[in-house]
Design a protein around this ligand. Sequence first.
Ligand SMILES: Nc1ncnc2c1ncn2[C@@H]1O[C@H](COP(=O)(O)OP(=O)(O)OP(=O)(O)O)[C@@H](O)[C@H]1O
Ligand SMILES: [Mg+2]
Length: 469
Amino acid sequence: MIVGRGWTTINNVPGRGLTVEQIENTPQPLEFHTAVPAAEPDGGHYRQLADRMNEAWQAMVEKDEELIKRQANSIEVLSDAIALRKVLPELGAGGSPVAVPVGINDLDREATEIELEKKGPHLIVIGPPMTGKTTTLRTLALSLAHTYSPSELALVMVDPSDPARRFYHYGAGDGSSLADLPHVLATVSSSEEMDEVVMRLHAEFDDDVREALKGESNGFKPSNADKRRIVVLIDHYDDADMLNQGDLGLEALAEVGKGKDLHLVIGGSLDITRDSMDQLRRRAEAARYTLVLQDHDTVRYMGVRGDFSSEAEMPPGRGYLVKAINASMTQVCLPVAQGVAGVSEDEALADMISAIQKKYRKGAQWSYHAADLSELEEVLDIDGLGSFGSDGGDMDMGGSLDELEALLAEQESEMSGNGAGVSASEVDSMKKAELESLAEEMGVMPSEGSGSGGSVLVDDLKNAIKEAL
Ligand SMILES: Nc1ncnc2c1ncn2[C@@H]1O[C@H](COP(=O)(O)OP(=O)(O)OP(=O)(O)O)[C@@H](O)[C@H]1O
Ligand SMILES: [Mg+2]
């Protein structure tokens, strides 16, 4: 049968050919395609097979309705834009150990969870520019706040980048943006704010500091340290050095809450893994728990099992969640869907955040909650000298001046009584040296010049130490 049209070029489609027909008494070349005995349905043999299997399945289900429960879920293509809502549990329904969904994984299209307690305690999120690191931190923060109460889990949000890029500046900003979640203890974008947070974290996790503050300070109400975890989220870590301009900075943060319920989540480019002196990142890295966005090479270099030779472009938010040498591909969710059903992104976010705010009227509080930090500083031995964190931090502040005097008197009688030939004035100067070194350690050294020859008086030393205690 000839179904042809005017001939253009010769092609090699099977069944196609050329013929010459007489049209209005002139010979014309025409293309034709040979007809087949029976038409193939759309999609070919596999579609036909699937249709027949489906028919058979329907017939089986008609006979036994129970079978429907065993039907497999349909498998969708891993989508480029998934809203977090799709994987979230009920509000406040988090269990122990802490784990929250942040995406959909490629293997079974079920939720990808960040298991902070089981697989962490820390997480690093890395990837080239514009691959979805900030979005991941926003999604994670929202997922944590949705899943756990502020008394179970509190957040500290750190971002040294400029205001327009900060991850916690997300939402309309009228009390319903990410930073307004009741779980947020503090947001940090400067070295002053960083140092303040480090001090307050000591009052959460450092038993000596808590003991010293108890009963001493009205601004201190210890949280239940066994129950509440604190997650410190730091984005744009490439710029984090500007947080080190104060006395404490990230190096001091690296020392707080070790072995306690303090979790670090650090987001940045691949460069952040290069500074071998960076104690904070190294602490986080020790967990070997990393979300690598869009970068096959990095995953390969991490020694992960599997084939990561693909050069295929990945969309933003696509990457590998790596624990030690195991990895699974995942698509991170967007915190909220973008402009669905006439609801803007900001409105959708405000809805989620206000639902969380309504459930928890009382927001998270620092144990040391006073605005005035001086009592905490005294306990921490800082008072602007920056000695804290080096040696001052370990000092036992529990003893009173009375105990110290008793100790000195004991030494005094030992020295003069055992006939070692120590004169009374030598004993006095040793006693003074002891007091001086204590005042020095506590950072309360009185100014010189009050005594003879411009030296410090013993009584001044005693008074200064007494005040500090
Ligand atoms: N999970 C995601 N799903 C879909 N699109 C995403 C996802 N994450 C990010 N995107 C898209 O990629 C863009 C960049 O995302 P984002 O700002 O989070 O990247 P970044 O890695 O933090 O960038 P930078 O390197 O500038 O800090 C977003 O504006 C968004 O359009
Ligand atoms: Mg970013």
